[in-house]
Design a protein around this ligand. Structure first.
Ligand code: DX5
Ligand code: ZN
Length: 227
């Protein structure tokens, strides 16, 4: 079942609670929180205090995408703030297994993220312990970038590996996923669909989320017919 993980990065920060409520009314079921540190990515966003504030205005699961160096140092603070899922980048984790274990030990669902240039094979050993794998379809750091189509092959390969290894992790996609690309990512196997500007850009978040999910579900129905 596909889900919309709306990224609040593109929301109006001065009206965050209203924006989240609107995306939720439109059918969004996960709040995607993009945490950036100005080191791993060339941009700065928000940290645990904002996650804590969001926690107070929604019951939806909070999916924190950490684009930061040294994520281990901040995992306890995100748990304390009320995060439900934490994704860390393979590229910053020297001891990825230990970091994923730390997330799980703090009662959160661990996910791992791959930059566009990082191959899926880097994850084979940790796939049994992750709740989700997040495939970046843009270089992380900014919303509103163009979708990189070669990410589709990585999603298909992950779906294949999941089947071969008899696992049940979920496949998440992030970057440039909008009404015109959502069909392709769903057909490639993505189930947690991150979208920022497609939801909080032009128009209202409720209507945008609705039409986005309609397109996603139509693609999902096509995949089911083929199977
Ligand atoms: C990019 C972030 C994304 C971003 C997506 O570094 O990880 O979550 O908000 O934005 P759109 O959907 O506009 O590409
Ligand atoms: Zn993200």
């Amino acid at each position: 079942m596909v889900e919309l993980a709306f990224s609040v990065l593109a929301a109006d920060f001065a009206h965050l609670a209203d924006e989240i409520a609107a995306a939720e009314r439109g059918g969004g079921t996960i709040v995607h929180v993009d945490v950036m540190d100005g080191h791993f990515v060339p941009n700065i966003t928000f940290g645990p205090p904002v996650v804590k504030a969001i926690r107070r205005v929604t019951k939806l699961p909070l999916d924190c995408h950490l684009m930061i160096e040294k994520p281990d140092d901040f995992i306890p603070a995100f748990a304390e703030a009320g995060a439900n899922m934490i994704s860390v980048h393979q590229e910053v984790c020297r001891h990825l297994h230990r970091t994923l274990q730390l997330i799980a030990d703090h009662g959160m669902r661990p996910g791992v993220v791959l930059n566009p240039a990082t191959p899926v094979d880097m994850l084979i050993e940790v796939l049994p312990m992750v709740h989700h794998v997040l495939v970046m379809s843009v270089n992380p750091g900014f919303g509103g970038q163009k979708f990189l189509p070669f990410a589709l092959e990585k999603m298909m390969y992950l779906a294949e590996l999941r089947h071969e290894m008899n696992l049940d992790f979920r496949i998440e996609v992030d970057g440039g996923v909008a009404h015109d690309t959502v069909g392709q990512v769903v057909e490639a196997g993505a189930e947690m669909l991150v979208a920022g500007s497609a939801i909080f850009g032009a128009g209202g978040a409720e209507a945008n989320a609705k039409s986005f999910l309609e397109a996603a579900r139509a693609a999902e129905a096509r995949v089911e017919v083929e199977e």
